[in-house]
Design a protein around this ligand. Structure first.
Ligand SMILES: [Zn+2]
Length: 713
């Protein structure tokens, strides 16, 4: 389906005969001789590749991420990254004393205690700041990071800044990007310093030094250091430091729900467990889990044990079953909880899962990882920040009808967790909100073993890359994806060049069509596959992808439905009354404090009804789609108070969301509140005498109040 000013979606099929569909299923219409389905090629990475892969004895990764700075966002994606660059990311050192005066910039002992997490805050901000500076090529952002990096790169003994290995791992994991951006070889040396330090304290029982569940973080930048230097000590060092951690997580992923320690009540643990019971005795912490999703995969590159890699597939399926929420996330408020749509998910869970999936996709190329990245990036992440990125939540909810300071039935997280503010609940998310958007851009195109490129993640962008026999090309991707299902890719090359391009066909594509400008015959690749186009490309050649999305209804808990189109989830538009919270009690003090100058803590009350059941056929949902121009604040809803560059105050945004679905619904008067949350979704089908009406659904990422999981009549 192409983006149109107005279109009526009739989801009754696309006119393909059953026999043609069957032929596609069987792969009988696999394209012209130049275009064939890629069959999991185990092509060895050539010795003289344009982009080097792992050194032996490590296994080669399936793809290789292109260096930071080779890709730039375009279109709405550039607007979104500019929104971020004008928001908290470039002002954090002005408004947060933890960043302004820090041991990470030479103020010895400052703001790296008392919590083991505190030491991580500055590295996490620098991680996002470096990536953002790189994809935008923004000298102002580079200059902001520079004094911190100049100090950090001279550190000889990590413990003099902080003894926390985890904090140093957060620093370590963006050293590859920093090196790509600056060419500063001290980044390579520092990686070894961190690895040696971790090795020296690996058996420490002090969680301010070592958090055993997170030692797997060494794998990513450890392999990077090894590849740069060939240092033969490293594989054994990495194994010593990470083996126990990886084995623990592998066992968890493979054995639950049978693991009685953690899953005695699986899958609906929250209804069985009281608030008083120590959650660490029966479940696991969200960020521990989302970080660990990469460990067995990266360890597999050394162990070559397929069961390491495969444990992730099994683990993710079980996590979906036990804790799955719309848009590919899991509940985690602070601990994995249940599939109830009012459980919270911490912003850091979304950020860490995105990072893990990006590493995993590069390592093994499984397309489901890329599908999940898009779903998380376009729904959960923008939905848990304000549209101007000046405020964020700690915990988001799929059914979030009231944003307020109130007790909610969450495990550990406090009463401020679901407000949009400066440091709701705890400041980790404030440090962690800076890397998802730029890292998404970094991972959009990757190098392949046959000196081609793969379109891993979609959106408007431009990449410069080497292909074939070292030819320099530019790829321009013009699209409003995910607010459109059509992508046009143009090749710019001084000379004709022979190389393959691979296109990921998302699982939600519906009779995708791929056309090459020089070839009159389109192809129809299957959803959930990789499609290869191998040819001699000339300057100006273009590929058009038409994914033909259809509105679909997914069945959720209590037989509810969630509505999706492509990677986007659509939620009930609820009138939002934003109110400034004058003062809050923060995590570390009972005293009431205000947000710093320029920042606001928001509570949001509903001004319209939210208790609707959809009057749809869930197998064939009918709705009207209205699309409008994507505004320069792409995830803003009309009326949302936002701060634009140069303004001191927050003013209502004047433009509306890019897409609206209109769908038939009926109010369900008996569905009300349960404390500060929407009550459980009534089991469908529900009975109601309320008249049928049309309601508006908007993209999840544009909503601060929402119903994502609806009953049906
Ligand atoms: Zn957090």
């Amino acid at each position: 389906m192409r983006r149109r000013d107005f279109c009526e979606l009739m989801a009754a099929g696309v006119g393909l005969s059953a026999s043609v569909l069957a032929a596609f299923e069987l792969g009988l219409l696999a394209g012209t001789p130049l275009q064939a389905f890629a069959q999991e090629p185990s092509i060895p990475w050539p010795a003289k590749a344009n982009y080097p892969n792992n050194r032996g004895p490590l296994l080669q990764t399936k793809y290789v991420r292109l260096p930071l700075g080779t890709g730039r966002p375009m279109g709405w994606l550039r607007d979104q990254l500019n929104v971020q660059a004008n928001g908290l990311t470039s002002h954090l050192n002005e408004v947060w004393g933890v960043v302004e005066a820090s041991a990470w910039i030479g103020d010895v002992g400052k703001n790296v205690t008392p919590e083991c997490c505190t030491a991580r805050f500055v590295p996490r901000w620098l991680e996002g700041l470096t990536a953002l500076a790189g994809v935008l090529d923004d000298d102002r952002l580079k200059a902001l990071a520079d004094p911190y990096m100049q100090y950090i790169l001279k550190v000889k003994d990590p413990a003099t800044v902080t003894p926390s290995v985890c904090a140093w791992c957060h620093l370590g994991r963006f050293l590859p990007e920093y090196y790509e951006l600056t060419g500063d070889a001290r980044a390579i040396k520092l990686a070894r310093t961190i690895l040696d330090y971790a090795d020296s304290v690996r058996d420490s029982k002090d969680d301010k030094v070592v958090e055993p569940a997170r030692l797997g973080m060494l794998l990513g930048f450890g392999w990077w250091y090894y590849n740069r230097t060939g240092d033969r000590d490293i594989p054994a060092l990495i194994e010593r430091c990470t083996k126990r951690c990886v084995e623990d997580w592998k066992s968890y992923f493979v054995h639950f729900p049978e693991d009685s320690k953690y899953f005695v009540h699986f899958p609906d643990v929250t209804t069985e467990k009281s608030q008083e019971e120590d959650p660490s005795s029966w479940t696991r912490q969200g960020v521990d889990v989302t970080q660990a999703i990469q460990y067995p995969v990266l360890y597999y590159l050394m162990s070559k044990d397929e069961t390491d890699k495969n444990s992730i597939t099994q683990g993710m399926a079980n996590l979906d079953k036990g804790y799955g929420q719309v848009g590919a996330r899991w509940s985690g408020d602070e601990w994995l909880a249940s599939t109830d749509p009012t459980q919270g998910t911490e912003l850091c869970d979304v950020e860490e899962l995105l990072y893990s999936l990006e590493k995993n996709f590069e390592a093994v190329g499984e397309l489901v990882f890329a599908d999940r990245i898009e779903q998380l990036m376009f729904n959960a992440f923008p939905g848990t920040c304000t549209a101007d990125m000046w405020a964020h939540q700690y915990d988001q909810q799929a059914n979030q009808v009231l944003v307020s300071v109130a007790k909610r039935p969450w495990h550990e997280n406090g009463d401020t967790s679901n407000i949009y503010g400066f440091t709701p609940n705890f400041p980790c998310c404030l440090a962690n909100m800076h890397s998802p958007w730029p890292r998404y851009v970094e991972s959009m195109w990757m190098a392949t073993a046959d000196n081609g490129l793969v379109a891993a993640l979609y959106g408007p962008c431009r990449f410069n890359a080497k292909v074939g026999q070292g030819s320099n090309i530019e790829i321009t991707e013009e699209t409003d994806y995910p607010f459109s299902d059509r992508v046009r890719i143009t090749i710019r090359s001084k000379q004709p060049a022979s190389f393959p391009l691979y296109f990921r066909i998302p699982a939600w594509a519906n009779r995708a069509e791929l056309s090459v400008s020089a070839d009159p015959k389109p192809s129809h690749p299957q959803s959930g596959t990789l499609f290869k186009v191998d040819r001699v490309w000339k300057d100006g050649d273009a590929v058009t992808l038409d994914f033909n999305f259809k509105v679909r209804a997914e069945t959720r808990r209590n037989n509810a439905v969630a509505i999706a189109w492509g990677p986007l989830y659509f939620v009930l538009r609820i009138g939002e009354l934003f109110q400034k919270i004058p003062a809050l009690a923060l995590w570390d003090s009972p005293d009431m404090v205000t947000a710093p100058p320029g920042c606001v803590n928001w509570q949001i009350a509903p001004t319209t009804d939210w208790n609707y059941a959809l009057a749809i056929d869930r197998n064939n949902p009918q709705c009207t789609m209205i699309t409008t121009r994507i505004s320069s604040m792409p995830f803003a809803q009309k009326g949302e108070p936002v701060k634009v560059p140069g303004a001191d105050e927050f003013n209502p945004w004047k433009e509306d969301v890019p897409m609206v679905l209109k769908v038939k619904a009926r109010r369900v008067p008996q569905w009300g509140m349960n404390g500060a949350n929407a009550a459980a979704v009534p089991v469908s089908p529900v009975i109601t005498d309320s008249p049928e009406t049309l309601v508006e659904l908007i993209p999840y990422g544009c909503s601060r109040l929402r119903i994502s999981e609806f009953p049906t009549v």
